[in-house]
Ligand binder design. Structure first.
Ligand code: C5P
Length: 207
């Protein structure tokens, strides 16, 4: 059984994907982390995230980089969104994601193009979304909890920039699969969003 969870940054898709994995006893892959590792590696190489060849070279990042807390920062998120535009980067990361999705027993993957490109045959496709203001507020709280500093308006601007880049790119843009269930978490708390996702997945599996 493959469960695809797509959606924009800070929509709650990561939390929901982890909870679905736990509920259904499946392994989970946060595919954004792979793009973040490429973005971080470009930075470490001192090269240009907007040049396809530089970004492609950074796809060779060491596995240990996936555990680097720097991957979670807003700066790395911005770099990830820039390197993810290049078709060569998406192609380089495809097999790894595809192999995870098709492993025996199934898997849960979250990202932007899981239901459209990586696993179009997924048994359950959720597109998790929320208003920009609600997402910025959540991201703001997360940053404060980690001891960082930011303002809600700077986060909102950044989210809007990243949404635009993710939805406007030609290759695998962020958009719901035609058969995805849309889950808007704007007015939902964490537990409510998780419960709604589990119900949606159970309904999709029973259909
Ligand atoms: O989900 P997260 O914010 O960690 O993703 C970081 C960036 O990686 C996104 O803004 C997006 O540009 C890119 N990404 C992608 N396709 C995926 C996952 C992430 O293009 N499947």
């Amino acid at each position: 059984m493959i469960i695809a969870v797509d959606g924009p940054t800070a929509s709650g898709k990561g939390t929901i994907a982890k909870a679905l994995a736990l509920h259904f006893g499946l392994p989970h892959l946060d595919t954004g982390l792979l793009y973040r590792a490429v973005g971080r590696q470009v930075f470490l190489n001192g090269t240009d995230p907007d040049i396809s060849g530089d970004a492609l070279a950074a796809c060779d990042f060491p596995e240990t980089l996936l555990g680097d807390p720097e991957l979670r920062t807003e700066v790395t998120g911005g770099l990830a969104s820039r390197v993810s535009i290049h078709p060569a980067v998406r192609k380089a990361l495809y097999e790894r994601q595809r192999a995870f999705a098709t492993q025996p027993g199934g898997a849960v993957l979250d990202g932007r193009d899981i239901g459209t490109v990586i696993a179009p045959e997924a048994d359950v496709k959720l597109f998790v979304t929320a208003s920009v203001a609600a997402r910025a507020q959540r991201r703001y709280r997360e940053i404060l909890e980690r001891g960082g500093t930011a303002t809600p308006s700077s986060i909102e601007d950044d989210l809007q920039r990243r949404d635009h880049r993710d939805t406007a790119r030609k290759d695998a843009p962020l958009k719901p699969a035609t058969d995805a269930l849309i889950l808007d978490t704007t007015a939902l708390g964490r537990e409510e969003a998780i419960a709604a996702a589990i119900t949606a997945a159970q309904n999709a599996l029973a259909a």
